[in-house]
Design a protein around this ligand. Structure first.
Ligand SMILES: [Zn+2]
Length: 97
C-alpha cells in the first residue's frame, strides 16, 4: 500500500516536472515571436500554457498545505499521546529516592 502510494506520487511528481519544464521552454522559445495580432496561434498557446502553470501552482500549493496539515496533526497527536502516557508507572521509573 505504502509502496504503491509512493510510486503514484513519484509518477505524479515526474509528470508535473515534465509538464512545467515543457511549458517554461515553450514560453522561453516563443517569448519574442512574430505576432500576427488577433487570432495568433502562438499567443493562444501561450495563454493555454499560462493556465497550465497556474493549475500546477495551485495543485502544488494545495498538496503542500495538505501535507503540512497532516504532519502537524500527527505531531499534535504524538504530543497528546506522550503527555497522556508520561506517568512514572507507564514509564516504568523506580522512585527510590
Ligand atoms: Zn502572437
Amino acid at each position: 500500500m505504502k509502496r504503491a502510494r509512493r510510486t503514484i506520487a513519484a509518477i505524479a511528481a515526474i509528470a508535473v516536472v515534465l509538464t512545467l519544464s515543457a511549458a517554461f521552454v515553450f514560453v522561453a522559445l516563443e517569448a519574442d515571436h512574430d505576432c500576427c495580432g488577433h487570432g495568433c496561434t502562438v499567443c493562444s498557446m501561450m495563454a493555454a500554457v499560462k493556465n497550465v502553470i497556474k493549475a500546477a501552482a495551485l495543485i502544488t500549493l494545495t498538496m503542500l498545505i495538505y501535507e503540512t496539515t497532516l504532519r502537524l496533526a500527527e505531531r499534535v497527536k504524538d504530543v497528546l499521546i506522550c503527555r497522556r502516557n508520561e506517568t512514572p508507572v507507564a514509564m516504568k521509573t523506580k522512585l527510590l529516592n
